[in-house]
Design a protein around this ligand. Structure first.
Ligand SMILES: [Zn+2]
Length: 329
């Protein structure tokens, strides 16, 4: 007799006379291939994975297999009803299929019972992942950059949250010298990883750097992505590769012209600029331009001028310190 669409022999692709070993190997292979995490975007993958596991649960148990061979179903209900898996211990199913899972850390999930597989599913997935049988998860990290770093590039340290694959032993748990000292042999870093990343010059706001293989452990390991966010002062904004901000001048400066520093670069504003006038500083953005809106305001203009004075004073001190060093013994 045949059980139709869910015939466990068909599901596992084994002949009816297959021995226990053949059935086990077929299940292991299919379970690993059909796990939903290996089939992103495939809505049926979870159902298929369950069907495969249930087919194996039927055929590995000599009683259930005999009942199926005789009656075409193993359930207590009418033929074709969903089989009764209340007696199945799913730990045994995965153990037998040599799928290494650490059930000791999963005291909270049921391991047998009829509705079990749905309840079990998340736990199973996380154990598959911990055992390195699934593709690793990607990790997302955000990194704020000041305008100067976004413009000129630099190096920054970021923390990638764990668990991540150990980069020292490449997740193997050992290297030429024996057990990996970085991860203690587990191949994973539970606390995550500090990584020095190189920021390219003229970075685009929202650009992402990919750190291949530095994501969650798995086969293949996931990647870590660092999203670069340009942190501009209040009143400024980033649009694509251009920077926009206001610059405050005293009425006298507006009339006579002034050299000031805007978002880290010196800007010369000619005499006769009007309140509300837009000035484009070509190349002053992040690979684009710096667009200024001039505001004439005596108090805020004086505040800005005081900052300019302080900056040039500090720059003067630095210049003198460098000079003194050169003169040193
Ligand atoms: Zn290691």
């Amino acid at each position: 007799m045949s059980g139709g669409a869910n015939d466990p022999y068909d599901v596992l692709g084994v002949p009816r006379e297959a021995d226990a070993d053949t059935i086990k190997r077929a299940y292991r292979k299919l379970a690993l291939q059909n796990h939903p995490d290996r089939n992103p975007g495939d809505a049926d993958a979870e159902e298929r994975f369950k069907t495969i596991s249930e087919a194996y649960a039927t055929l590995r148990d000599p009683d259930a297999r005999r009942r199926y061979d005789t009656f075409g179903h193993v359930g207590r209900g009418p033929a074709g009803a969903r089989p009764d898996f209340s007696h199945v211990d799913w730990r045994v199913i995965f153990q037998e299929a040599d799928i290494p899972m650490d059930w000791s850390r999963r005291g909270d999930i049921p391991t047998s019972g009829n509705v079990v597989f749905d309840a079990l599913f998340r736990g199973v997935t996380s154990m598959f992942r911990q055992a390195g049988l699934l593709p690793g998860e990607h990790r997302e990290v955000r990194l704020k950059l000041d305008v100067a770093t976004a413009r000129e590039g630099g190096r920054r340290r970021v923390h990638v949250p764990g668990p991540v694959r150990c980069g020292t032993c490449r997740g193997l748990g050992h290297d030429a010298g024996g057990r990996c000292a970085t991860c203690g042999g587990s191949g994973q870093l539970q606390r995550g990883l500090d990584v020095d990343v190189t920021i390219p010059a003229q970075v685009r706001h929202g650009a992402r750097l990919r750190l291949a293989g530095l994501g969650g452990p798995g086969q293949p390991p996931g990647d870590a992505f660092v999203e670069l966010l340009v942190d501009v002062p209040p009143g400024a904004r980033v649009e694509g590769r251009d920077l926009f901000t206001e610059v405050f001048l005293t009425p006298l400066e507006a009339a006579r012209g002034v050299v000031t520093t805007v978002l880290g670069i010196p800007v010369r504003l000619g005499g006769g600029v009007r309140d509300g006038q837009r000035v484009r500083v070509v190349g002053g953005g992040l690979g684009g331009d710096l667009v200024l809106t001039v505001r004439t305001d005596i108090w805020r203009g004086l505040g800005r001028a005081a900052l300019d004075t302080a900056r040039s004073f500090v720059a003067g001190l630095r210049g003198r310190a460098a000079h003194d060093e050169r003169k040193g013994p």
